[in-house]
Design a protein around this ligand. Structure first.
Ligand code: NAD
Length: 258
């Protein structure tokens, strides 16, 4: 198993894409700490997956420095060290640009972008310390989006935050390469989770999304988990600073699949 003996934190791991990543990492042999604000879903995930391997849950708002500090400490307590981090937690907030409030802008930026900085820095500091004690360098994956470059109307802070996540990925990769720590991002297209419910439940919107998706279907969370597991594994040992898009070939707004 390609992640045998590894330990990982998955933020936002109680639902959707994060939950699929947790399942995949456990299947690949890793021990996983889920960090999420959704305590009920976190507890349910632990119960559902635990038989297949070791998975634990910490309630944490990963946009809060103190919660991140506690999360890292609890994970080290539980597993001894942290070899992998998936910065997956994310939220959307739809509002017309003219009506968007400062509080809503800040909230999305903090959950989607600042959390990746806070968790990335805290875990990377731990990894660098462990490398000094003889551990193999770890690996980090940030969850970006096709909207890191494709702007969506009414999703101002989401698009801006994901642009930041892809840029943060490159900067972290450059900064941590000297320690052998690899940092990459995954850029999903439209994936069937609660976040996409507004699209999935609206036939007109769904048709429009699919008309720009050459593979002609909405993606499954397991398809993002597979790319994430690859990037974390030693099979991707020469890959760093990349954003890998898993989007069914999604095309810009002016494109329609015949
Ligand atoms: P989701 O809403 O199903 O799950 C998000 C998870 O993050 C939830 O468990 C939620 O409780 C958790 N979360 C939210 N705020 C948090 C916080 N402050 N601290 C800790 N946990 C928090 O969404 P999803 O579709 O699974 O999205 C996961 C990631 O993938 C996000 O970063 C999202 O932007 C990205 N993404 C999703 C899609 C898609 O189509 N679903 C497309 C591109 C990118």
């Amino acid at each position: 198993m390609r992640l045998d003996g590894r330990t990982a934190i998955v933020t936002g791991g109680a639902n959707g894409i994060g939950l699929a990543i947790v399942r995949r990492l456990v299947t690949d042999g890793a021990r996983v700490m889920i960090a999420d604000i959704d305590e009920a879903a976190g507890a349910a995930a632990v119960e559902a997956i635990s038989g297949d391997g070791e998975v634990r849950f910490t309630a944490a708002d990963v946009s809060e420095r103190l919660d991140v500090h506690n999360l890292v400490a609890r994970t080290i307590d539980a597993f001894g060290s942290i070899n992998a981090l998936v910065n997956n937690a994310g939220i959307v907030h739809a509002a017309d640009f003219l009506d968007l409030t400062e509080a809503d802008f800040d909230r999305v930026m903090n959950v989607n972008l600042k959390s990746a900085f806070l968790c990335g820095q805290a875990v990377a500091r731990h990894m660098v310390e462990r490398i000094g004690e003889g551990d193999e360098p770890g690996s980090i994956v940030n969850m970006s989006s096709i909207n890191d470059t494709l702007a969506i109307a009414n999703q101002v802070p989401y698009s801006v935050s994901k642009g930041g996540v892809s840029q943060l990925t490159g900067v972290m990769a450059l900064s941590l390469a000297q320690h052998g720590i690899r940092v990459n991002a995954v850029g999903p297209g439209s994936i069937m989770t609660d976040m996409l419910a507004s699209v999935a439940d609206n036939p007109e919107l769904r048709t429009r999304v699919l008309s720009r998706t050459p593979l002609g279907r909405i993606g499954d969370p397991s398809e993002i988990a597979a790319v994430t597991a690859f990037l974390l594994s030693s099979e991707a040992s020469y890959v760093t600073g990349q954003t890998i898009y898993a989007d069914g070939g999604r095309m810009p707004l002016n494109y329609t699949v015949p």
